[in-house]
Design a protein around this ligand. Sequence first.
Ligand SMILES: [Fe+2]
Ligand SMILES: [Fe+2]
Length: 417
Amino acid sequence: MGIITVAKLEPDMVMAGDLESRYGRFLLAKGTVLTSKHIKTFRTWGVVEVDIKGISQEDIESSAMAQLDPATLEAAEVMLRERFQQADLDHPVNHELFRLCALRKANEIQRGEQEGSNEYHEFSEADTDDNEILESTTTKMKPHEFIRKDIKLSTLPTIFMQIDETIKKPDSSAKNIANVIGGDPNLSAQLLRIVNSAFYGFPSRIDTLSRAVAIIGTRQLSTLAMGVNIISTFKNIPSDLIDMGSFWKHSISCGVIARILAGYKNIVNTERLFVAGLLHDIGRLLFYNYAPAESKNSLLKAKLSNNLLHKVEHETIGFDHAEIGALLLKKWKLPVSLETIVKYHHNPKKSRNRLETAVVHLADIMTNALGMGSSGERFVPPLDPDAWETIGLSVNILGLTIDQMDPQVEESFRIFR
Ligand SMILES: [Fe+2]
Ligand SMILES: [Fe+2]
């Protein structure tokens, strides 16, 4: 018998133990022969893994491996070696991520799938008719001066402040919060769609906001409302430098992965990690929109020098997207914990919020490794080994997280679109 993730279940497998929901409710008895309907229902219930008779996850993986054409696997590995060139493949996390991503990529190639809209804009020297851009030492700005530029996004919609004020009042009830959120029909509709999606996997439908607040919790739903709000504020910003679909795919995937990892660490408000993942690269949107020449220069320089984009940003702009993103969150008066995660997601050692920053740091690495969209970076960012120590989970969690991630990313992407 073995613990098999839901993504790897197949009809006719036999359950080796009773199955309970994550809330401890009995779902299905030992000995049940699985049907495709059961497997579909597991997904809706949010079941992650099931104890199965006579087979282990390793058996499934090696038989999947055996079905792959070795030449296809090799082609996948060649593609991934390029993406992983800044990563230390001797570290067990990178090693396992490389293996998982190569299998995934080989399967995609075998099924004839393309990565789709998750490619970054490929810049070349021909893209710039002004070579001075490359040559010049661009005017270095100070982060505070930059944020003072005419940035349309310097304030968040008032509904967000109202939600924030309401949850801070000690006598606020679920109904009060629901009433405030209900003031924005778009926000309410999106929240209810999320609550009823694979993101939560509740067995029955939640059709009112006050029930959603009661079940998910005030703080969690408010955090989620904040994320939804920010996406709606940002998603229509056009940029010639980046495919916005790809940018949001990267952000949403990082949020979903951070939330799943946070669940494994029993972090209380996993929605905060979702929002932190969602916003981790928001500084890049500011760069692309308010410093387009410098951003183009950064993208081009990073490509020509095979360097990491956030390092090049320091040279061309004077500071990186993480710093400016954190300043924007500060201006929005978002919780300091979020600001800290965003500020140090490439340098988690410096964070005062070590665990949560480490989670988003890893989620970003996984998102880049899997090629889930892009915020402009071409490589898997280097892993801070201390951050992995801080997270303190087994490397097996990487595969489990990837298996859980797909349906949630798909639904979140559809909902936020
Ligand atoms: Fe980043
Ligand atoms: Fe990122």
